[in-house]
Ligand binder design. Structure first.
Ligand code: HCA
Ligand code: CU
Length: 385
């Protein structure tokens, strides 16, 4: 079993300048639920009264997904989260020696005691609450500290231990890799009689968030954190669309996700985050299924698999051909056919010449301009361009 946790509304809102109004948060949560996301992390209620309200309202929406709140290891944060009516609580507390000494000014023992106390407190208040404990910056913390804190957290009632690669430190195939980390954590916890669900939270500072998440999955992680467009602190975290597509098409994992709703969700999040979807973004970017160079277009129109390993149908999208200086005759013929414009070989050739000239100005010829080009060529049967 694999669960997807989406943190667009919590981690994603930690992208500088990104804020989603409550009605937008609700719309995003609804869409995540329709897609089949298992846990929706909705925010940290202690941050602002508006976030508190948004978490509370989403928790009352009766969605299928678990609705989660983020919380420091403090009673007052737990109280606020529980007031909101969430059924998932993510408690974080870093236990690296460095952070304990310089920031918290605490011994490991007293930090572990605080973590256990807060988890017991939350579980007593709401016994069916799903509790995740995250030793923030897990992978750069002393492993023995992580094991001690995680074991105590599970003994106190935590259901999930999340491995946070808070700074995007892990690199597949090196000695710091998520695959080995998940295996070692599971093994050490098992020795102590604990078998919590393991989550992975991978940041993208080095561009390996997705690869690390998949490494974690191969090693037995049961929950993967994502966000729409990979939004989050700095370079963000794992992009949801890319993860779901990799799982479905390459790992044969399919929780019945409604991938066709992804373009709509991405449009919604991009619009209200004020962050455009890069045109070359996998799966949801404008160019993700667009062929450009004549050689490619010619073969792709023969059979898309020549230049596509991903079927656009998966996302309810279609193959497209761009018209610019790279185009060939087949590109123009395809575009003319799309517009149901009659043409002969001479017209197509002259349209191609003009398309190539226009493309050299640094833009693609869209449908509207193609119609003008065709009209111009028809009115000027001899070469006057
Ligand atoms: C944060 C850091 C965090 C926490 C993850 C978690 C991280 O913004 O609080 O609580 O599971 O990357 O470590 O996002
Ligand atoms: Cu994070």
């Amino acid at each position: 079993m694999l669960w997807i946790l989406d943190s667009t509304l919590r981690e994603g809102e930690q992208t500088p300048g990104v804020y989603f109004d409550t009605h937008i948060k609700q719309a995003i949560a609804d869409k995540l639920d329709q897609i089949g996301i298992n846990i929706i992390e909705t925010g940290h209620p202690a941050v602002t009264p508006e976030i508190y309200q948004a978490v509370r309202q989403i928790a009352r929406r009766g969605l299928k997904a678990h609705i989660g709140a983020h919380s420091r290891s403090l009673e007052k944060d737990v109280d606020l989260a529980l007031e909101c009516g969430v059924d998932f609580l993510g408690i974080f507390y870093c236990v690296s020696d460095h952070r304990l000494t310089n920031v918290f000014k605490k011994e490991l023992n007293s930090a572990v005691e605080q973590i256990s106390r807060i988890i017991r407190y939350a579980k007593e208040k709401k016994p069916d609450l799903l509790i995740r404990y995250t030793p923030e910056d897990t992978v750069r913390s002393e492993f023995s500290n992580v094991i001690e804190a995680a074991s105590a957290a599970v003994a106190a009632g935590a259901d999930i231990i999340s491995i946070a690669d808070t700074t995007g430190f892990m690199v597949p195939g090196t000695s710091n890799n998520m695959y080995d980390y998940v295996l070692q954590l599971k093994e050490e916890l098992a020795k102590r009689g604990h078998s919590p669900m393991i989550a992975v939270h991978c940041h993208n500072d080095r561009g390996f968030a997705l690869a690390n998440a998949l490494d974690g999955f191969r090693a037995g992680a049961e929950i993967i954190d994502t966000s729409v467009l990979g939004l989050g602190e700095r370079a963000g975290i794992v992009d949801m669309a890319q993860l779901l597509i990799a799982l479905k098409t390459a790992y044969q994992v399919d929780n019945g996700w409604k991938l066709q709703l992804l373009p709509e969700l991405y449009g919604l999040v991009s619009k209200y985050a004020g962050i455009p979807i890069p045109v070359n973004f996998p799966a949801v970017g404008q160019n993700a299924f667009t062929h450009c160079a004549g050689v490619h277009t010619h073969a792709a129109l023969e059979n898309p698999v020549h230049y596509q390993s991903l079927d656009p149908d998966l996302l309810g999208r279609h193959m497209h051909v761009a018209l610019d200086h790279m185009s060939g005759l087949s590109s123009v013929e395809w575009a003319l056919d799309q517009l149901q414009i009659d043409y002969d070989a001479d017209l197509a050739a002259r349209v191609l010449d003009l398309v190539k000239l226009t493309g050299q100005k640094g833009r693609t010829v869209d449908e509207e301009e193609l119609v003008h080009i065709v009209e111009w060529c028809r009115k000027h049967p001899t070469q006057e361009a």
